[in-house]
Design a protein around this ligand. Structure first.
Ligand code: ADP
Ligand code: MG
Length: 458
């Protein structure tokens, strides 16, 4: 009888909780006993029991009642005994000997979280704040205070080497210092995928879910990595939602804004946009100089007695505009070299020691590169960029490329015209004007331009 009732109740539950929740959380439940108005279910793990108890107990109870069963309470218990499952028809064994009723939520045992190690140097103390990163820094600070969750997720994005990972580690360090009991899990999206695939292969998907849904703070770095990886995306989405529902803080980073990540499911994209989205802008001269001064001070303490001539740091901040990682690399090399040869760090030494880095950052952007990136972005052929077609979906990207060529290179209009299949300079001028005009009203276009500029200049 109860078997049938549970069967009926389950059918109703699909509609109540949704197919996904049903498959994950309701289907695995086994009704073991129904004694004295208490329906007891067997669950695979403690975490599972807590989860179902917190999220679905009311639904389950009311659906059971609607099928006419006399039941006032539902309980979920882990079966410790390896013997075959207790059937409903069997006389119910005493619950204490067989099962552990879950009255209070129990923390999953302190198994090591599958996170990536944190870099001890990436703290707030060592992070230099300037105009380009002040918003991202302030948001990260707020999250690191560990107060009530005010925005979820925090979504940090920006080009390579601008400090996304540094800020995430800083949040983790700070939270851990303030609240050691907090379960903070930091990992890259790639590691997330790797763990997920491994769990699938080893049929430990429940454990995987259990761990990821039991953390207090989840940080996933470089989330663009899972775009186009369908089942990983799907799992990420469920993990994400489960944690948001529990009001747990999530921090995500990516190399571009949520709306710009190709092959990311729409629903994930929109969830990612729900919290606070902040970008780390490319560094400006002041920030680069600030970072160099901070690091140089650190090195001076390390290589005692080593002098830096005036103007060296300014020169570097001016010349190396790519990213902070390159900037750091340059300084590391300078100090190592100078200490080796026992010389002061002068502009001459910089030229000797950093010739390759300086040459690389001297690199001029070419019109071909612009055409290639724009064609890729709008999904058209590179040959159409140069060819004669006048269709709007080709002509517009072509004008975008013309505009960027004018903006980002020092080429003249006739020169640009030649690179666009021998077009006249007036055609180029018209294209550039057209884009300038449209940009003011078309926000999609101005977003596209911003993204393309960033990609081309990084
Ligand atoms: P991303 O994850 O955005 O690619 P990282 O966080 O790995 O970049 O930063 C690259 C390097 O630059 C790291 O060594 C980091 O410490 C340093 N860095 C970046 N931004 C700053 C900053 N504002 N202050 C100090 N160091 C920085
Ligand atoms: Mg990073």
């Amino acid at each position: 009888m109860t078997h049938e009732n549970w069967g009926q109740a389950r059918e109703q539950l699909v509609a109540r909780v949704g197919k996904n929740n049903y498959t994950t959380w309701i289907e695995p439940l086994k009704l073991t006993t129904l004694v004295g108005g208490v329906a007891q279910f067997e669950v695979p793990t403690t975490f599972f029991g807590n989860w179902v108890s917190r999220n679905f107990a009311d639904h389950i109870l009311s659906q059971l009642q609607q099928t006419g069963v006399e039941v006032q309470r539902v309980e979920f218990a882990v079966v410790r005994d390896p013997e075959p499952r207790a059937e409903v028809k069997r006389p119910a064994p005493a619950p204490t000997s067989l099962a552990r009723p879950l009255t209070r939520p129990v923390r999953p045992v302190d198994e090591e979280l599958p996170g990536a190690p944190l870099d001890a140097r990436f703290t707030f103390d060592t992070f230099v704040v300037g105009k380009p990163n002040e918003l991202a820094h302030a948001a990260a600070r707020r999250v690191a205070e560990g107060g009530p969750v005010t925005f979820n997720p925090l979504f940090l994005y920006g080009g390579v080497g601008l400090g996304k990972t540094h800020l995430m580690h800083a949040i983790a360090h700070e939270l851990q210092a303030r609240q050691p009991q907090l379960r903070v899990l930091y990992l890259s999206a790639e590691q997330f995928m790797y763990r997920f695939v491994q769990a699938l292969r080893e049929r430990q998907i429940m454990d995987f879910k259990e761990i990821f849904r039991s953390v207090d703070v989840l940080m996933v770095d470089d989330v663009q990595f899972i775009a186009g990886k369908d089942s990983t995306q799907e799992e990420f989405f469920h993990t994400f939602n489960a944690l948001v529902d529990q009001n747990k803080q999530i921090v995500i980073s990516a190399d571009r804004a949520p709306g710009e990540i190709k092959d990311m499911e729409e629903r994930i994209r929109s969830r990612l946009q729900c919290g606070l989205v902040v970008d780390l802008h490319p560094t400006d001269y002041e920030l680069r100089l600030g970072i160099l001064q901070t690091k140089a001070e650190h090195y001076r303490a390390q290589y005692r007695g080593l002098q830096i001539a005036n103007g060296v740091l300014e020169f570097l901040a001016h010349r190396i505009t790519t990213n902070v990682r390159v900037l750091e690399g340059a300084l590391t090399r300078l100090f190592a070299f100078a200490s080796l040869v026992g010389r002061e760090i002068t502009l001459d030494l910089v030229q000797d020691c950093l010739a390759d880095i300086l040459r690389a950052s001297d690199r001029k952007l070419t019109i071909e590169e612009i055409q290639r990136k724009v064609a890729e972005h709008y999904n058209i052929r590179l040959s159409d960029m140069i060819g004669p077609k006048r269709l709007r979906n080709i002509a517009r990207p072509r004008q975008v490329a013309m505009y960027l060529a004018k903006q980002l290179t020092s080429r003249s209009l006739p020169e640009i015209g030649r690179r666009f299949g021998g077009r006249d300079h007036t055609t180029i001028m018209h294209g550039v004007r057209k884009i300038e005009e449209l940009m003011a009203t078309d926000s999609q276009l101005s977003d596209d331009l911003q993204l393309l500029k960033r990609l081309l200049q990084s």
